[in-house]
Design a protein around this ligand. Structure first.
Ligand code: NAD
Length: 388
């Protein structure tokens, strides 16, 4: 009702929310209100914090008919615009947007993709158990594998996961009087007091004096790339072990320590020197203005690095297999990848994890346990040799 009033519609005859909803739907599809009726209602709905009263596909059709470019569509939705120079064409972006519009939850997914947010811990769902030999057969048959990884694939390298049993992050948060590790990893807290965050990242900083060795799982991914089977790796990790393993077809969805930016003046710098300062338990400062230098990793409620959402949308429809390993799937937009790959209905999606993760219907196979152990078995079935 408030939305109707905001867009200047006479609401004197409408008394119920249901009637207002019907009127809004009619309004947004009525050509006499002009070619941008849906956009008008959508933007007002956003101001009121409510879901637009029509499907995303209706809004997208209006944009398409009006000749809006994919870049402008992304901007309107507060998604990262297509990165300059990317090989993906306008037609490819439109195809990805249309694919997104096939989902009933498209508006919610767009809301989540606009910035990195942590979701409520996913309801633990029963996922289909499969034998490692079945998954090995899928891998042998595939040539366009998408892999999504999280902290669990680096656990065997000595890097604690976010939800590790020892509670490393919880302990750091407690030490600084914070309610949860999430609060510690939130950009607004970092702005107020960056010290605790620097303390927390010290154990997995990529520094020359203490290099980590990639796990068997990292090396398996590299092997898939060498064999021409890896379409793309999306990693949520920030430990740079993909680089150490020599994987090149990779998107660092949560950024990396390779570069850093001054929080005050925006000056960028290579991460090497900054990381060494953090490793010495000091706060890195900008050479120009003395502001705090923040490594370019993404904290909660910060926008995703430019191009991440594009790259997800551009790859999901080319995949012939999805492997997800070592993640609780609680952080958007990566947590949406299983659903997006599943839209076509014929691509197997496999979860390799210590515990169930994701939402109902996200996976066709679940191999439970430490990922290095499971990958070791898969390698045996494939007859591929990779030293443990
Ligand atoms: P998470 O800690 O939320 O979840 C890790 C998942 O891995 C859990 O479901 C756990 O059961 C599983 N797991 C643990 N050990 C495993 C093993 N040996 N084999 C298979 N599964 C195992 O991690 P997340 O989902 O990646 O999200 C957490 C956030 O914290 C991300 O933003 C990430 O950037 C950050 N983080 C990164 C690192 C890293 O770079 N190594 C470490 C900690 C946190």
């Amino acid at each position: 009702m408030a939305l109707l009033r905001a867009i200047g519609v006479d609401t004197s005859t409408d008394t119920t929310e249901e009637a207002a909803r019907r009127q809004l739907q009619g309004f947004s599809m009525d050509p006499k209100y002009g070619p941008l009726a849906c956009e008008l209602v959508r933007s007002r709905a956003l101001q009121f914090g409510v879901r637009p009263p029509f499907p995303f596909s209706t809004w997208l059709k209006e944009q398409e008919v009006n000749g809006t470019t994919a870049e402008d569509v992304m901007r309107l939705l507060h998604l990262q615009p297509p990165s300059k120079g990317a090989s993906t064409s306008e037609a490819d972006y439109w195809m990805s947007l249309r694919k997104l519009s096939a989902s009933d939850a498209a508006w919610e997914m767009i809301g989540q993709m606009a910035s990195m947010v942590i979701e409520e811990p996913a309801q633990k769902v029963n996922t289909v158990s499969k034998r490692t030999e079945d998954v090995a057969r899928w891998i042998a048959q595939s040539r366009q594998i998408i892999i999504l990884t999280g902290a669990g694939i680096s656990a065997s390298c000595g890097i604690p996961t976010f939800r590790d049993e020892g509670g490393f992050y919880a302990k750091v948060a407690q030490e600084f009087g914070l309610a949860s590790p999430q609060e510690l990893n939130d950009i607004s807290f970092f702005r107020r007091d960056p010290g605790p965050w620097f303390t927390q990242v010290r154990p997995f900083l990529p520094v020359k004096s203490k290099p980590f060795k990639p796990s068997l799982t990292h090396r398996f991914i590299r092997m898939l790339e060498d064999r021409g089977k890896l379409l793309h790796l999306f990693t949520q990790n920030i430990d740079s072990l993909e680089q150490a393993a020599g994987i090149t077809r990779v998107t660092y969805c949560h950024g990396s320590f390779a570069t850093a930016t001054c929080m005050a003046c925006g000056k960028g710098q290579s991460g090497e020197e900054v990381n060494e300062v953090i490793a010495r338990s000091q706060i890195p400062r900008c050479a120009v203005c003395e502001g705090v230098m923040k490594p370019d990793v993404v904290l909660f409620n910060e926008p995703m690095p430019v191009g991440v959402n594009d790259r997800i949308l551009e790859h999901v429809e080319q995949a012939d297999l999805l492997l997800v390993a070592g993640t609780s799937l609680n952080v958007t937009p990566c947590s949406l990848i299983p659903h997006l790959v599943g839209v076509s209905g014929d691509v197997p999606r496999v979860l390799i994890n210590m515990e169930p993760a994701g939402k109902d219907g996200d996976f066709d196979a679940f191999l439970q346990g430490p990922c290095d152990e499971i990958i070791g078995k898969i390698l045996q079935h494939l007859g591929w040799n990779l030293e443990a």
